[in-house]
Design a protein around this ligand. Structure first.
Ligand code: TYM
Length: 329
């Protein structure tokens, strides 16, 4: 029997944070035995904001290396770079034709980004979620492991799949998001109201996968908490709640249990334990990452082979789509 398909991409638009790891990357390896998995780098998405070409090339490789370092096995999963499979852009055009402008203008990510800067309000920023739907639908994905911030984009992908199927007959699998309960949204260390993001101008707001132990401990010490002074897992203490979620995500325990363990500790003691724990958890991955990056040829072989495999799967979907809409074959 054919296995179900799990699919996810990560943008190379900055260095990866523990938010990317906890919300997405960390989920990937566990899916490899039960599903046909495809993971990759969304470089087409990343040019919706200006990128330096040399940095983009470098970070694209880094994202593949981090996926492997976190346990994605290229023998089991397809690892690829989006721009190396032209089908994504082709399917996007067809999906654009069934996407309503109103739907796109309601996307919170677009609203946030467009409010922040008027300067670079380009058309790709607006149609970004259509490209994301094309990524997912091209491979008939059943499951999409992502963080909570991508839920609305997933809803659009489901919507477009259903609309196309309804208009032209059954073509696409309708995908489902896989979002961790407490780990779906890791918040900024400086403001627990906003998500931890690699594009945050304040470097103390996030922990990078590449940060060394001293940096991690320093950033955790500076994280905002509150003046209550008591370690509890409560909505009323959102800063502390976020730190407990991070701790729980790394140790795979319930955050309430962690709060219990530290019930008699001070914030400073808890923060130091958290910093140590994050650094210790990341160290083996950082070592694997360095080894992978040191062997650039092997890395290149992996993502090029991945693109070929992805192409041969996606091609079937695209020709079906082209036939259904009435393009000559
Ligand atoms: P991106 O590159 O912003 O983030 C990559 C993944 O990390 C998750 N994530 C988080 N999870 C929890 N807490 C956080 N603070 C946090 N920050 C980021 C994201 O949810 C994501 O899973 N549009 C996507 C990339 C994409 C994609 C796709 C994903 C393009 N096409 C198709 C899945 C399927 C994005 O910008 O992710």
């Amino acid at each position: 029997m054919k296995k179900k398909v799990a699919f996810s991409l990560v943008q190379p638009s900055g260095e990866l944070t523990i938010g990317n790891y906890i919300g997405a990357l960390r989920q990937f390896p566990a899916l490899q035995d039960s599903y046909d998995c495809m993971f990759g780098v969304a470089d087409l998405h990343s040019i919706t904001v200006p990128q330096k070409p040399a940095d983009l090339r470098k970070r694209t490789k880094e994202v593949i290396a981090y996926m492997m370092a976190s346990g994605v096995d290229p023998e089991k999963s397809i690892l690829f770079v989006q721009s190396q499979v032209p089908l994504h852009a082709e399917l996007t055009w067809v999906l654009n034709s069934i996407t309503y402008m109103g739907q796109l203008s309601r996307m919170t990510q677009y609203k946030d980004k467009s409010q922040r800067s008027e300067e670079n309000l380009n058309a790709a920023l607006f149609t970004y979620p259509v490209l994301m739907a094309a990524d997912i639908l091209l491979y008939q994905s059943d499951f999409v492991p992502v963080g909570e911030d991508q839920r609305q984009h997933l809803e659009l992908a489901r919507d477009l799949a259903e609309r196309f199927n309804h208009r032209y007959s059954d073509t696409f699998t309708v995908p489902e998001p896989l979002i961790g309960k407490t780990i779906g949204k890791i918040m900024s260390l400086k403001n627990p109201e906003i998500k931890m993001s690699k594009s945050d101008p304040d470097q103390n707001a996030y922990i990078l996968l590449a940060d060394d132990k001293d940096t991690i401990i320093r950033k955790v010490r500076r994280a905002v908490t509150d003046s209550c002074g008591e370690i509890r897992y409560s909505e009323e203490q959102p800063g502390l709640m976020n730190l407990l979620n991070i701790y729980a995500a790394f140790t795979q325990e319930e955050p309430q249990k962690i709060a219990g363990q530290f019930a008699h500790a001070s914030y400073a003691e808890f923060k130091d334990a958290l910093g140590e724990m994050i650094a210790q958890s990341l160290a083996p991955m950082q070592a694997r990452y360095r080894d992978i990056m040191a062997n650039g040829e092997e890395l290149e072989r992996i993502y090029k082979e991945g693109a070929e495999k992805a192409y041969s799967i996606g091609r079937k979907t695209l020709s079906k789509v082209y036939r259904k809409v009435g393009f000559l074959q």
